[in-house]
Design a protein around this ligand. Structure first.
Ligand code: GTP
Ligand code: SPV
Ligand code: MN
Length: 599
Protein backbone atom coordinates (compact mmCIF):
# COMPACT_ATOMS: atom_id res chain seq x y z
CA UNK A 1 0.00 0.00 0.00
CA UNK A 2 1.21 3.52 -0.78
CA UNK A 3 2.05 6.00 1.95
CA UNK A 4 0.80 9.26 0.53
CA UNK A 5 -0.72 10.16 3.89
CA UNK A 6 -0.78 8.71 7.38
CA UNK A 7 -4.43 7.71 7.03
CA UNK A 8 -4.66 4.03 6.10
CA UNK A 9 -8.19 4.22 4.64
CA UNK A 10 -7.20 7.16 2.49
CA UNK A 11 -4.05 5.42 1.25
CA UNK A 12 -6.04 2.32 0.31
CA UNK A 13 -8.64 4.37 -1.55
CA UNK A 14 -5.93 6.37 -3.33
CA UNK A 15 -4.30 3.13 -4.51
CA UNK A 16 -7.62 1.99 -5.90
CA UNK A 17 -8.40 5.29 -7.65
CA UNK A 18 -4.88 5.63 -9.05
CA UNK A 19 -5.10 2.13 -10.51
CA UNK A 20 -8.48 3.03 -12.04
CA UNK A 21 -7.73 6.49 -13.46
CA UNK A 22 -4.05 5.94 -14.26
CA UNK A 23 -2.65 9.48 -13.74
CA UNK A 24 0.92 10.41 -14.73
CA UNK A 25 1.47 12.15 -11.36
CA UNK A 26 -0.18 12.44 -7.97
CA UNK A 27 -0.04 15.74 -6.07
CA UNK A 28 -1.33 16.17 -2.52
CA UNK A 29 -2.70 19.67 -1.99
CA UNK A 30 -1.16 21.09 1.19
CA UNK A 31 -2.73 24.53 0.83
CA UNK A 32 0.58 26.42 1.02
CA UNK A 33 1.03 29.76 -0.76
CA UNK A 34 3.94 28.34 -2.80
CA UNK A 35 1.81 25.49 -4.07
CA UNK A 36 -1.10 27.81 -4.91
CA UNK A 37 1.21 30.14 -6.85
CA UNK A 38 2.73 27.24 -8.78
CA UNK A 39 -0.73 25.91 -9.70
CA UNK A 40 -1.91 29.35 -10.83
CA UNK A 41 1.19 29.70 -13.03
CA UNK A 42 0.64 26.26 -14.52
CA UNK A 43 -3.04 26.96 -15.25
CA UNK A 44 -2.12 30.24 -16.95
CA UNK A 45 0.59 28.57 -19.02
CA UNK A 46 -1.88 25.96 -20.28
CA UNK A 47 -4.60 28.54 -21.01
CA UNK A 48 -6.96 27.09 -18.38
CA UNK A 49 -6.96 30.46 -16.59
CA UNK A 50 -6.08 34.04 -17.44
CA UNK A 51 -4.25 36.32 -15.06
CA UNK A 52 -6.15 39.60 -14.67
CA UNK A 53 -4.77 43.10 -13.97
CA UNK A 54 -2.83 42.45 -10.74
CA UNK A 55 -2.80 46.09 -9.72
CA UNK A 56 -6.56 46.48 -9.90
CA UNK A 57 -7.44 42.87 -9.11
CA UNK A 58 -4.59 41.26 -7.15
CA UNK A 59 -4.70 37.46 -7.11
CA UNK A 60 -7.65 37.43 -9.55
CA UNK A 61 -8.07 35.13 -12.54
CA UNK A 62 -10.57 34.42 -15.30
CA UNK A 63 -11.71 31.01 -16.50
CA UNK A 64 -14.04 30.05 -19.35
CA UNK A 65 -15.84 26.74 -19.31
CA UNK A 66 -16.89 24.78 -22.37
CA UNK A 67 -19.92 26.50 -23.93
CA UNK A 68 -22.12 23.48 -23.21
CA UNK A 69 -20.99 23.26 -19.56
CA UNK A 70 -22.25 26.40 -17.83
CA UNK A 71 -24.62 25.28 -15.05
CA UNK A 72 -25.63 22.36 -12.89
CA UNK A 73 -27.17 19.52 -14.88
CA UNK A 74 -30.07 18.22 -12.82
CA UNK A 75 -31.05 15.65 -15.44
CA UNK A 76 -27.68 13.95 -15.05
CA UNK A 77 -27.49 14.15 -11.25
CA UNK A 78 -28.23 10.85 -9.48
CA UNK A 79 -28.87 9.60 -5.96
CA UNK A 80 -27.90 5.93 -5.95
CA UNK A 81 -29.43 4.43 -2.81
CA UNK A 82 -30.01 0.65 -2.63
CA UNK A 83 -33.73 1.15 -3.39
CA UNK A 84 -35.46 3.68 -5.62
CA UNK A 85 -37.86 4.57 -2.79
CA UNK A 86 -35.01 5.89 -0.64
CA UNK A 87 -34.06 8.39 -3.36
CA UNK A 88 -37.72 9.24 -3.94
CA UNK A 89 -39.61 10.53 -6.97
CA UNK A 90 -37.80 13.89 -7.21
CA UNK A 91 -34.32 12.41 -7.68
CA UNK A 92 -32.86 10.47 -10.60
CA UNK A 93 -31.99 6.99 -9.41
CA UNK A 94 -30.08 4.00 -10.65
CA UNK A 95 -29.14 0.77 -8.91
CA UNK A 96 -25.74 1.42 -7.21
CA UNK A 97 -24.06 -1.64 -8.71
CA UNK A 98 -25.24 -0.80 -12.19
CA UNK A 99 -24.10 2.81 -11.76
CA UNK A 100 -20.69 1.82 -10.35
CA UNK A 101 -20.14 -0.48 -13.32
CA UNK A 102 -21.07 2.26 -15.78
CA UNK A 103 -18.88 4.87 -14.05
CA UNK A 104 -15.85 2.65 -13.54
CA UNK A 105 -15.75 2.07 -17.30
CA UNK A 106 -15.86 5.83 -17.89
CA UNK A 107 -13.13 6.61 -15.33
CA UNK A 108 -10.82 3.86 -16.64
CA UNK A 109 -7.54 5.55 -17.65
CA UNK A 110 -9.33 8.94 -17.66
CA UNK A 111 -6.31 10.65 -15.99
CA UNK A 112 -3.79 9.33 -18.51
CA UNK A 113 -1.32 12.10 -19.35
CA UNK A 114 -2.74 14.16 -16.48
CA UNK A 115 -2.08 14.83 -12.82
CA UNK A 116 -4.29 13.60 -10.01
CA UNK A 117 -4.72 16.35 -7.42
CA UNK A 118 -5.70 15.09 -3.97
CA UNK A 119 -7.59 17.81 -2.10
CA UNK A 120 -8.09 17.26 1.64
CA UNK A 121 -10.85 19.66 2.73
CA UNK A 122 -13.04 20.34 5.70
CA UNK A 123 -16.60 21.63 5.61
CA UNK A 124 -16.82 24.00 8.64
CA UNK A 125 -13.95 25.01 10.91
CA UNK A 126 -11.28 22.27 10.86
CA UNK A 127 -11.69 19.85 13.75
CA UNK A 128 -14.87 21.52 15.12
CA UNK A 129 -18.01 19.62 16.17
CA UNK A 130 -19.82 20.70 13.01
CA UNK A 131 -16.87 19.79 10.73
CA UNK A 132 -16.81 16.90 8.29
CA UNK A 133 -13.82 16.01 6.16
CA UNK A 134 -13.72 15.24 2.49
CA UNK A 135 -11.15 14.25 -0.09
CA UNK A 136 -11.72 15.36 -3.66
CA UNK A 137 -9.62 13.87 -6.43
CA UNK A 138 -9.57 15.94 -9.60
CA UNK A 139 -7.60 16.42 -12.80
CA UNK A 140 -8.48 20.13 -12.97
CA UNK A 141 -6.36 22.92 -11.48
CA UNK A 142 -9.41 25.19 -11.78
CA UNK A 143 -11.25 22.85 -9.41
CA UNK A 144 -8.30 22.77 -6.99
CA UNK A 145 -8.05 26.57 -6.86
CA UNK A 146 -11.82 26.97 -6.45
CA UNK A 147 -11.92 24.39 -3.65
CA UNK A 148 -9.10 26.26 -1.89
CA UNK A 149 -11.33 29.37 -1.85
CA UNK A 150 -14.62 27.61 -1.11
CA UNK A 151 -13.50 25.24 1.67
CA UNK A 152 -10.75 24.83 4.26
CA UNK A 153 -8.04 22.89 2.43
CA UNK A 154 -4.66 21.38 3.22
CA UNK A 155 -2.41 19.65 5.70
CA UNK A 156 -4.43 20.74 8.75
CA UNK A 157 -7.34 18.67 7.42
CA UNK A 158 -5.17 15.56 7.02
CA UNK A 159 -3.94 16.13 10.58
CA UNK A 160 -7.54 16.40 11.81
CA UNK A 161 -8.38 13.14 9.99
CA UNK A 162 -5.50 11.40 11.75
CA UNK A 163 -4.60 7.78 11.10
CA UNK A 164 -8.12 6.44 11.20
CA UNK A 165 -10.54 9.28 10.55
CA UNK A 166 -13.33 8.94 8.00
CA UNK A 167 -13.90 11.18 5.03
CA UNK A 168 -16.35 11.72 2.19
CA UNK A 169 -14.86 10.35 -1.01
CA UNK A 170 -15.15 12.52 -4.12
CA UNK A 171 -13.80 11.57 -7.53
CA UNK A 172 -13.94 14.13 -10.31
CA UNK A 173 -12.61 13.71 -13.84
CA UNK A 174 -13.00 16.01 -16.81
CA UNK A 175 -12.46 12.92 -18.99
CA UNK A 176 -13.31 13.89 -22.58
CA UNK A 177 -16.14 16.28 -21.57
CA UNK A 178 -18.65 14.11 -23.39
CA UNK A 179 -22.07 15.65 -22.67
CA UNK A 180 -23.81 12.34 -23.15
CA UNK A 181 -21.68 10.74 -20.48
CA UNK A 182 -21.84 13.56 -17.94
CA UNK A 183 -22.72 12.20 -14.49
CA UNK A 184 -22.94 13.73 -11.02
CA UNK A 185 -23.58 10.75 -8.79
CA UNK A 186 -24.06 10.31 -5.05
CA UNK A 187 -23.88 7.06 -3.12
CA UNK A 188 -25.13 8.22 0.31
CA UNK A 189 -24.62 4.80 1.95
CA UNK A 190 -20.97 4.78 0.81
CA UNK A 191 -20.19 8.45 1.56
CA UNK A 192 -19.11 8.65 -2.06
CA UNK A 193 -19.53 11.24 -4.85
CA UNK A 194 -18.49 10.67 -8.46
CA UNK A 195 -18.52 13.44 -11.08
CA UNK A 196 -17.39 13.04 -14.66
CA UNK A 197 -17.37 14.98 -17.95
CA UNK A 198 -18.08 18.42 -16.48
CA UNK A 199 -15.86 21.31 -15.36
CA UNK A 200 -18.55 23.62 -13.96
CA UNK A 201 -19.29 24.86 -10.43
CA UNK A 202 -21.84 22.82 -8.57
CA UNK A 203 -21.08 19.80 -10.76
CA UNK A 204 -17.41 19.66 -9.80
CA UNK A 205 -16.76 21.61 -6.56
CA UNK A 206 -17.80 18.49 -4.71
CA UNK A 207 -17.73 20.03 -1.23
CA UNK A 208 -20.62 22.31 -2.13
CA UNK A 209 -23.95 20.95 -3.34
CA UNK A 210 -22.83 17.31 -3.61
CA UNK A 211 -21.41 16.96 -0.10
CA UNK A 212 -22.68 19.88 1.99
CA UNK A 213 -26.27 19.38 0.80
CA UNK A 214 -26.97 16.00 -0.83
CA UNK A 215 -24.71 13.75 1.27
CA UNK A 216 -25.03 15.97 4.36
CA UNK A 217 -28.86 16.04 4.25
CA UNK A 218 -28.78 12.25 4.31
CA UNK A 219 -26.30 12.23 7.21
CA UNK A 220 -28.33 14.89 8.99
CA UNK A 221 -31.48 12.82 8.93
CA UNK A 222 -29.63 9.83 10.40
CA UNK A 223 -27.77 11.91 12.97
CA UNK A 224 -30.47 14.39 14.00
CA UNK A 225 -29.39 17.62 12.32
CA UNK A 226 -30.19 19.53 9.12
CA UNK A 227 -28.28 20.52 5.97
CA UNK A 228 -30.13 23.31 4.17
CA UNK A 229 -29.80 25.54 1.08
CA UNK A 230 -29.83 28.67 3.26
CA UNK A 231 -27.96 31.90 3.79
CA UNK A 232 -27.30 32.97 7.38
CA UNK A 233 -27.19 36.63 8.42
CA UNK A 234 -26.90 38.64 11.60
CA UNK A 235 -28.90 41.79 12.30
CA UNK A 236 -27.15 44.12 14.71
CA UNK A 237 -29.47 46.58 16.43
CA UNK A 238 -28.51 50.05 17.71
CA UNK A 239 -28.52 48.52 21.23
CA UNK A 240 -25.64 46.29 20.11
CA UNK A 241 -27.63 43.06 20.15
CA UNK A 242 -27.35 40.65 17.20
CA UNK A 243 -30.15 38.33 16.04
CA UNK A 244 -29.61 35.68 13.39
CA UNK A 245 -31.89 34.44 10.63
CA UNK A 246 -31.45 31.78 7.94
CA UNK A 247 -33.22 31.94 4.58
CA UNK A 248 -33.82 29.36 1.85
CA UNK A 249 -34.38 30.71 -1.67
CA UNK A 250 -33.88 28.64 -4.84
CA UNK A 251 -30.73 29.09 -6.95
CA UNK A 252 -30.28 32.63 -8.30
CA UNK A 253 -33.17 33.97 -6.20
CA UNK A 254 -31.31 36.33 -3.91
CA UNK A 255 -29.45 34.51 -1.10
CA UNK A 256 -26.07 36.17 -1.69
CA UNK A 257 -27.79 39.55 -2.02
CA UNK A 258 -29.80 39.23 1.19
CA UNK A 259 -26.86 37.75 3.13
CA UNK A 260 -24.75 40.88 2.54
CA UNK A 261 -27.34 43.60 2.36
CA UNK A 262 -26.70 47.13 3.48
CA UNK A 263 -29.78 48.54 5.22
CA UNK A 264 -31.32 51.81 3.96
CA UNK A 265 -29.66 55.00 5.18
CA UNK A 266 -32.40 55.75 7.70
CA UNK A 267 -31.42 52.49 9.46
CA UNK A 268 -27.62 52.68 9.17
CA UNK A 269 -27.79 56.19 10.64
CA UNK A 270 -29.50 54.72 13.70
CA UNK A 271 -26.85 52.00 13.99
CA UNK A 272 -28.45 48.97 12.33
CA UNK A 273 -26.07 46.65 10.54
CA UNK A 274 -26.23 43.31 8.71
CA UNK A 275 -23.37 40.82 8.99
CA UNK A 276 -22.94 37.79 6.75
CA UNK A 277 -22.36 34.32 8.17
CA UNK A 278 -23.08 32.46 4.92
CA UNK A 279 -24.68 32.93 1.52
CA UNK A 280 -25.67 29.45 0.32
CA UNK A 281 -25.53 26.57 2.79
CA UNK A 282 -26.40 26.15 6.47
CA UNK A 283 -25.75 23.17 8.71
CA UNK A 284 -28.13 23.36 11.65
CA UNK A 285 -28.01 21.55 14.99
CA UNK A 286 -29.85 21.72 18.29
CA UNK A 287 -27.68 23.65 20.75
CA UNK A 288 -27.29 23.06 24.48
CA UNK A 289 -29.79 25.86 25.07
CA UNK A 290 -32.47 24.03 23.06
CA UNK A 291 -32.33 26.49 20.18
CA UNK A 292 -31.33 25.76 16.59
CA UNK A 293 -27.72 26.79 15.87
CA UNK A 294 -26.51 27.28 12.31
CA UNK A 295 -23.06 27.33 10.79
CA UNK A 296 -21.87 27.94 7.26
CA UNK A 297 -19.75 24.95 6.21
CA UNK A 298 -18.16 26.89 3.35
CA UNK A 299 -15.24 29.32 3.34
CA UNK A 300 -16.05 31.41 0.24
CA UNK A 301 -18.81 32.61 -2.07
CA UNK A 302 -19.61 31.10 -5.47
CA UNK A 303 -21.85 34.01 -6.43
CA UNK A 304 -23.87 34.99 -9.49
CA UNK A 305 -21.99 37.82 -11.30
CA UNK A 306 -24.71 39.43 -13.50
CA UNK A 307 -26.67 42.04 -11.60
CA UNK A 308 -23.94 42.46 -8.96
CA UNK A 309 -22.99 46.15 -8.75
CA UNK A 310 -22.12 48.95 -6.31
CA UNK A 311 -25.80 49.63 -5.71
CA UNK A 312 -27.32 46.12 -5.61
CA UNK A 313 -24.57 44.38 -3.61
CA UNK A 314 -21.49 46.50 -2.79
CA UNK A 315 -20.25 43.91 -0.28
CA UNK A 316 -20.23 41.12 -2.86
CA UNK A 317 -18.47 43.39 -5.33
CA UNK A 318 -15.84 44.32 -2.72
CA UNK A 319 -15.37 40.60 -1.98
CA UNK A 320 -14.29 40.02 -5.59
CA UNK A 321 -11.51 42.62 -5.61
CA UNK A 322 -8.72 40.17 -4.70
CA UNK A 323 -8.02 36.45 -4.68
CA UNK A 324 -11.08 35.77 -6.83
CA UNK A 325 -11.68 33.45 -9.78
CA UNK A 326 -14.21 34.73 -12.31
CA UNK A 327 -15.96 32.19 -14.53
CA UNK A 328 -17.65 32.99 -17.86
CA UNK A 329 -17.65 36.79 -17.53
CA UNK A 330 -16.44 39.38 -20.08
CA UNK A 331 -12.71 40.18 -20.33
CA UNK A 332 -12.10 43.90 -20.90
CA UNK A 333 -9.02 44.14 -23.13
CA UNK A 334 -8.49 47.83 -22.34
CA UNK A 335 -7.24 47.20 -18.81
CA UNK A 336 -7.40 43.40 -18.41
CA UNK A 337 -10.30 43.52 -15.96
CA UNK A 338 -13.74 41.90 -16.01
CA UNK A 339 -17.28 43.00 -16.79
CA UNK A 340 -20.79 41.51 -16.74
CA UNK A 341 -24.32 42.63 -17.50
CA UNK A 342 -25.59 44.87 -14.73
CA UNK A 343 -22.13 45.83 -13.40
CA UNK A 344 -22.46 49.35 -14.82
CA UNK A 345 -23.87 51.11 -17.84
CA UNK A 346 -20.51 51.19 -19.67
CA UNK A 347 -19.90 47.83 -21.33
CA UNK A 348 -16.37 47.68 -22.76
CA UNK A 349 -16.04 48.08 -26.53
CA UNK A 350 -12.81 46.13 -26.89
CA UNK A 351 -13.56 42.91 -25.05
CA UNK A 352 -13.79 39.13 -25.17
CA UNK A 353 -17.14 37.52 -24.37
CA UNK A 354 -17.67 34.44 -22.18
CA UNK A 355 -17.32 32.21 -25.22
CA UNK A 356 -13.88 33.65 -25.96
CA UNK A 357 -14.95 35.70 -29.00
CA UNK A 358 -14.20 39.40 -29.65
CA UNK A 359 -17.10 41.43 -28.24
CA UNK A 360 -18.12 45.07 -28.48
CA UNK A 361 -20.44 45.84 -25.60
CA UNK A 362 -21.77 49.03 -27.19
CA UNK A 363 -22.79 47.31 -30.40
CA UNK A 364 -23.36 43.63 -29.71
CA UNK A 365 -26.92 42.41 -29.22
CA UNK A 366 -25.65 39.29 -27.47
CA UNK A 367 -24.82 39.11 -23.79
CA UNK A 368 -21.13 39.31 -23.00
CA UNK A 369 -21.26 37.30 -19.77
CA UNK A 370 -23.23 34.09 -19.35
CA UNK A 371 -26.37 34.66 -17.18
CA UNK A 372 -24.96 32.06 -14.76
CA UNK A 373 -21.41 33.47 -14.80
CA UNK A 374 -19.94 33.46 -11.30
CA UNK A 375 -17.23 34.74 -8.99
CA UNK A 376 -15.44 32.53 -6.47
CA UNK A 377 -14.39 34.88 -3.67
CA UNK A 378 -12.87 34.27 -0.21
CA UNK A 379 -15.39 34.90 2.59
CA UNK A 380 -12.79 36.87 4.54
CA UNK A 381 -12.84 39.51 1.75
CA UNK A 382 -16.44 40.44 2.57
CA UNK A 383 -16.57 43.82 4.37
CA UNK A 384 -19.59 42.69 6.41
CA UNK A 385 -18.42 39.17 7.23
CA UNK A 386 -19.75 38.18 10.66
CA UNK A 387 -17.35 38.16 13.63
CA UNK A 388 -18.95 34.73 14.31
CA UNK A 389 -17.95 33.37 10.89
CA UNK A 390 -15.30 31.08 12.39
CA UNK A 391 -17.19 30.35 15.60
CA UNK A 392 -17.26 26.54 15.78
CA UNK A 393 -20.62 26.65 17.61
CA UNK A 394 -22.37 28.58 14.83
CA UNK A 395 -25.07 31.15 15.63
CA UNK A 396 -28.54 30.77 17.21
CA UNK A 397 -31.50 31.26 14.85
CA UNK A 398 -34.44 33.54 15.66
CA UNK A 399 -36.18 33.00 12.31
CA UNK A 400 -36.15 30.82 9.21
CA UNK A 401 -37.32 32.44 5.98
CA UNK A 402 -38.49 30.68 2.84
CA UNK A 403 -38.88 32.51 -0.46
CA UNK A 404 -39.13 32.21 -4.18
CA UNK A 405 -39.49 34.10 -7.42
CA UNK A 406 -43.24 34.54 -7.93
CA UNK A 407 -44.71 37.10 -10.33
CA UNK A 408 -48.06 36.69 -8.58
CA UNK A 409 -49.63 34.74 -5.70
CA UNK A 410 -47.08 35.00 -2.86
CA UNK A 411 -47.27 38.27 -0.90
CA UNK A 412 -44.19 40.27 0.10
CA UNK A 413 -44.05 38.53 3.48
CA UNK A 414 -46.13 36.33 5.75
CA UNK A 415 -45.55 34.35 8.90
CA UNK A 416 -46.57 30.73 9.39
CA UNK A 417 -48.82 29.83 12.33
CA UNK A 418 -46.32 27.44 13.91
CA UNK A 419 -43.49 25.01 13.04
CA UNK A 420 -45.82 22.42 11.47
CA UNK A 421 -47.50 25.03 9.31
CA UNK A 422 -44.05 26.50 8.57
CA UNK A 423 -42.89 23.10 7.34
CA UNK A 424 -45.97 23.04 5.10
CA UNK A 425 -45.09 26.53 3.81
CA UNK A 426 -41.60 25.27 2.98
CA UNK A 427 -42.96 22.16 1.30
CA UNK A 428 -45.16 24.17 -1.08
CA UNK A 429 -42.44 26.67 -2.04
CA UNK A 430 -42.36 27.45 -5.74
CA UNK A 431 -40.23 29.60 -7.96
CA UNK A 432 -39.65 30.52 -11.56
CA UNK A 433 -36.62 28.64 -12.87
CA UNK A 434 -33.33 30.53 -13.45
CA UNK A 435 -30.10 30.09 -15.40
CA UNK A 436 -28.43 28.39 -12.40
CA UNK A 437 -29.48 25.02 -13.84
CA UNK A 438 -29.58 24.01 -17.48
CA UNK A 439 -33.07 23.98 -19.01
CA UNK A 440 -35.90 26.45 -19.59
CA UNK A 441 -35.84 29.70 -17.59
CA UNK A 442 -38.93 31.35 -16.08
CA UNK A 443 -41.12 28.28 -15.63
CA UNK A 444 -42.85 27.97 -12.24
CA UNK A 445 -41.83 24.79 -10.49
CA UNK A 446 -42.29 23.60 -6.94
CA UNK A 447 -38.99 23.72 -5.08
CA UNK A 448 -39.62 22.67 -1.47
CA UNK A 449 -37.27 24.40 0.98
CA UNK A 450 -35.16 25.31 -2.15
CA UNK A 451 -33.91 21.71 -1.86
CA UNK A 452 -35.54 20.05 -4.88
CA UNK A 453 -32.19 19.59 -6.68
CA UNK A 454 -30.20 19.09 -3.48
CA UNK A 455 -32.02 16.64 -1.21
CA UNK A 456 -30.02 13.41 -0.92
CA UNK A 457 -33.02 11.21 -0.14
CA UNK A 458 -36.79 10.93 -0.44
CA UNK A 459 -38.49 14.35 -0.28
CA UNK A 460 -41.38 13.03 1.82
CA UNK A 461 -38.92 11.59 4.36
CA UNK A 462 -37.11 14.93 4.34
CA UNK A 463 -40.36 16.70 5.28
CA UNK A 464 -40.86 14.14 8.04
CA UNK A 465 -37.37 15.02 9.29
CA UNK A 466 -38.36 18.70 9.41
CA UNK A 467 -41.44 17.83 11.47
CA UNK A 468 -39.33 15.63 13.75
CA UNK A 469 -36.82 18.44 14.32
CA UNK A 470 -39.80 20.58 15.34
CA UNK A 471 -40.81 17.99 17.94
CA UNK A 472 -37.37 17.57 19.50
CA UNK A 473 -36.23 21.21 19.50
CA UNK A 474 -37.41 22.93 22.70
CA UNK A 475 -36.94 26.51 21.47
CA UNK A 476 -37.83 26.82 17.80
CA UNK A 477 -37.27 29.76 15.45
CA UNK A 478 -40.36 31.25 13.78
CA UNK A 479 -40.93 30.47 10.10
CA UNK A 480 -41.70 33.12 7.45
CA UNK A 481 -42.13 33.35 3.67
CA UNK A 482 -41.04 36.26 1.47
CA UNK A 483 -41.32 37.18 -2.21
CA UNK A 484 -39.22 40.07 -3.55
CA UNK A 485 -40.29 39.35 -7.12
CA UNK A 486 -43.98 40.35 -7.56
CA UNK A 487 -44.41 41.93 -11.00
CA UNK A 488 -46.61 44.69 -12.35
CA UNK A 489 -48.75 43.90 -15.40
CA UNK A 490 -45.93 45.51 -17.41
CA UNK A 491 -43.46 43.00 -16.00
CA UNK A 492 -41.66 45.42 -13.65
CA UNK A 493 -40.63 44.43 -10.12
CA UNK A 494 -43.10 46.04 -7.72
CA UNK A 495 -40.95 45.89 -4.61
CA UNK A 496 -37.62 47.82 -4.73
CA UNK A 497 -35.80 44.87 -3.15
CA UNK A 498 -32.09 44.56 -2.29
CA UNK A 499 -31.19 46.90 0.64
CA UNK A 500 -34.85 47.75 1.14
CA UNK A 501 -35.50 44.10 2.00
CA UNK A 502 -34.19 45.13 5.42
CA UNK A 503 -37.59 46.71 6.06
CA UNK A 504 -39.11 43.24 5.86
CA UNK A 505 -36.37 41.73 8.04
CA UNK A 506 -37.19 44.34 10.67
CA UNK A 507 -40.86 43.29 10.67
CA UNK A 508 -39.81 39.65 10.92
CA UNK A 509 -37.64 40.32 13.97
CA UNK A 510 -40.39 42.36 15.59
CA UNK A 511 -42.77 39.42 15.10
CA UNK A 512 -40.22 37.08 16.70
CA UNK A 513 -40.09 39.38 19.70
CA UNK A 514 -43.87 39.81 19.87
CA UNK A 515 -43.52 43.55 19.30
CA UNK A 516 -45.96 43.97 16.42
CA UNK A 517 -49.45 42.80 15.49
CA UNK A 518 -50.43 41.18 12.21
CA UNK A 519 -53.50 40.21 10.22
CA UNK A 520 -54.50 36.56 10.44
CA UNK A 521 -55.28 35.31 6.92
CA UNK A 522 -55.88 31.93 5.29
CA UNK A 523 -52.17 31.51 4.54
CA UNK A 524 -50.68 32.91 7.75
CA UNK A 525 -49.99 36.23 9.46
CA UNK A 526 -49.61 39.13 7.01
CA UNK A 527 -48.34 42.58 8.10
CA UNK A 528 -50.53 45.60 8.48
CA UNK A 529 -49.07 47.85 5.78
CA UNK A 530 -48.47 50.58 8.38
CA UNK A 531 -46.11 48.27 10.27
CA UNK A 532 -43.56 48.01 7.44
CA UNK A 533 -41.35 51.06 7.78
CA UNK A 534 -41.20 53.00 4.49
CA UNK A 535 -39.15 55.90 5.88
CA UNK A 536 -36.65 57.12 3.30
CA UNK A 537 -38.26 55.10 0.52
CA UNK A 538 -39.39 58.24 -1.27
CA UNK A 539 -36.96 58.01 -4.20
CA UNK A 540 -38.03 56.97 -7.70
CA UNK A 541 -37.47 53.21 -7.93
CA UNK A 542 -37.73 53.69 -11.67
CA UNK A 543 -38.38 56.72 -13.88
CA UNK A 544 -41.71 58.20 -12.82
CA UNK A 545 -42.54 55.58 -10.18
CA UNK A 546 -42.19 55.94 -6.45
CA UNK A 547 -43.09 53.22 -3.99
CA UNK A 548 -45.82 54.12 -1.55
CA UNK A 549 -48.13 52.52 0.97
CA UNK A 550 -50.74 51.73 -1.68
CA UNK A 551 -48.23 49.69 -3.64
CA UNK A 552 -47.25 48.02 -0.39
CA UNK A 553 -50.86 47.14 0.30
CA UNK A 554 -51.01 45.68 -3.19
CA UNK A 555 -48.13 43.29 -2.63
CA UNK A 556 -49.45 42.27 0.78
CA UNK A 557 -52.78 41.02 -0.53
CA UNK A 558 -53.73 37.36 -0.43
CA UNK A 559 -55.59 36.67 -3.67
CA UNK A 560 -57.99 33.81 -3.32
CA UNK A 561 -58.14 32.81 -7.00
CA UNK A 562 -54.38 32.64 -7.44
CA UNK A 563 -54.05 30.61 -4.27
CA UNK A 564 -56.79 28.16 -5.23
CA UNK A 565 -55.11 27.64 -8.61
CA UNK A 566 -51.81 27.13 -6.80
CA UNK A 567 -53.40 24.50 -4.58
CA UNK A 568 -54.33 22.46 -7.67
CA UNK A 569 -50.65 22.46 -8.58
CA UNK A 570 -49.62 21.61 -4.99
CA UNK A 571 -52.05 18.69 -5.04
CA UNK A 572 -50.32 17.29 -8.14
CA UNK A 573 -46.91 17.80 -6.57
CA UNK A 574 -47.92 16.07 -3.34
CA UNK A 575 -49.38 13.22 -5.44
CA UNK A 576 -46.05 12.90 -7.19
CA UNK A 577 -44.24 12.60 -3.86
CA UNK A 578 -46.85 10.00 -2.97
CA UNK A 579 -47.02 7.79 0.12
CA UNK A 580 -44.16 9.40 1.97
CA UNK A 581 -45.89 12.80 2.36
CA UNK A 582 -46.35 13.04 6.14
CA UNK A 583 -49.98 12.83 7.31
CA UNK A 584 -49.43 16.10 9.18
CA UNK A 585 -48.70 17.92 5.91
CA UNK A 586 -51.80 16.46 4.25
CA UNK A 587 -53.76 17.85 7.17
CA UNK A 588 -52.09 21.24 6.78
CA UNK A 589 -53.02 21.13 3.09
CA UNK A 590 -56.67 20.39 3.83
CA UNK A 591 -56.90 23.01 6.57
CA UNK A 592 -55.36 25.75 4.43
CA UNK A 593 -57.52 24.83 1.44
CA UNK A 594 -60.60 25.07 3.67
CA UNK A 595 -59.49 28.48 4.96
CA UNK A 596 -58.90 29.70 1.39
CA UNK A 597 -62.25 28.39 0.17
CA UNK A 598 -64.00 30.18 3.03
CA UNK A 599 -62.43 33.54 2.05
P1 GTP B 1 -27.23 30.79 -5.98
O1 GTP B 1 -25.80 31.17 -5.79
O2 GTP B 1 -27.51 30.24 -7.34
O3 GTP B 1 -27.74 29.87 -4.91
O4 GTP B 1 -28.08 32.17 -6.01
P2 GTP B 1 -28.56 33.19 -4.86
O5 GTP B 1 -29.81 32.70 -4.23
O6 GTP B 1 -27.42 33.51 -3.96
O7 GTP B 1 -28.96 34.49 -5.71
P3 GTP B 1 -28.25 35.93 -5.83
O8 GTP B 1 -28.26 36.68 -4.55
O9 GTP B 1 -26.95 35.75 -6.50
O10 GTP B 1 -29.26 36.68 -6.82
C1 GTP B 1 -29.59 36.18 -8.09
C2 GTP B 1 -30.23 37.25 -8.93
O11 GTP B 1 -31.39 37.79 -8.26
C3 GTP B 1 -29.31 38.43 -9.23
O12 GTP B 1 -29.42 38.77 -10.58
C4 GTP B 1 -29.83 39.52 -8.33
O13 GTP B 1 -29.61 40.80 -8.89
C5 GTP B 1 -31.33 39.20 -8.23
N1 GTP B 1 -31.89 39.68 -6.93
C6 GTP B 1 -31.40 39.43 -5.69
N2 GTP B 1 -32.12 40.06 -4.74
C7 GTP B 1 -33.10 40.73 -5.40
C8 GTP B 1 -34.19 41.57 -4.96
O14 GTP B 1 -34.40 41.83 -3.78
N3 GTP B 1 -35.01 42.06 -5.95
C9 GTP B 1 -34.81 41.78 -7.26
N4 GTP B 1 -35.65 42.31 -8.16
N5 GTP B 1 -33.79 41.00 -7.72
C10 GTP B 1 -32.96 40.48 -6.79
C1 SPV C 1 -26.83 27.09 -7.03
O1 SPV C 1 -27.11 26.78 -8.19
O2 SPV C 1 -27.66 27.03 -6.09
C2 SPV C 1 -25.47 27.57 -6.72
C3 SPV C 1 -24.43 27.43 -7.75
O3 SPV C 1 -25.21 28.01 -5.60
S1 SPV C 1 -23.82 25.81 -7.85
O4 SPV C 1 -22.62 25.69 -7.06
O5 SPV C 1 -23.52 25.57 -9.28
O6 SPV C 1 -24.81 24.89 -7.36
MN1 MN D 1 -27.08 27.93 -4.26
Amino acid sequence: MSTYTKNAKLNAWLDEMIALCNPDNVVIIDGSDEQIEALRAEACASGEMFKLNQEKLPGCYLHRTAVNDVARVEGRTFICTPTKEEAGPTNNWMDPNEMYAKLLALYKDSYKGRTMYVIPYSMSVVGSDFAKNGIELTDSIYVVLNMIIMTRVGTAVLDAMGENGDFIKGLHARADMDENNKYIVHFPQDNTIMSINSGYGGNVLLGKKCFALRIASYLGRNEGWMAEHMLILGIETPEGETKYVAAAFPSACGKTNLAMLIPPKSYTEKGYKVTCVGDDIAWIRIGKDGRLWACNPENGFFGVAPGTNVKSNPNALASTMSGTIFTNVVLNNADNTVWWEGLDKNPPVDAIDWKGRPWNGQESTEKGAHPNSRFTAPAKNCPCISPEFDNPDGVPLSAIIFGGRRAKTAPLVYQSFDWKHGTFVGSIMASETTAAASGAVGVVRRDPMAMLPFCGYNMGDYWAHWLKMGEVTPNLPKIFHVNWFRLTDEGKFMWPGFGDNFRVLEWILKRCEGKVDAVETAIGYVPNAEDINLEGLDYEIEAGRKFDINELKNILTVEKDYWLADFENIKEFYAKIGDTVPVELLKQYEDQLARLSAM
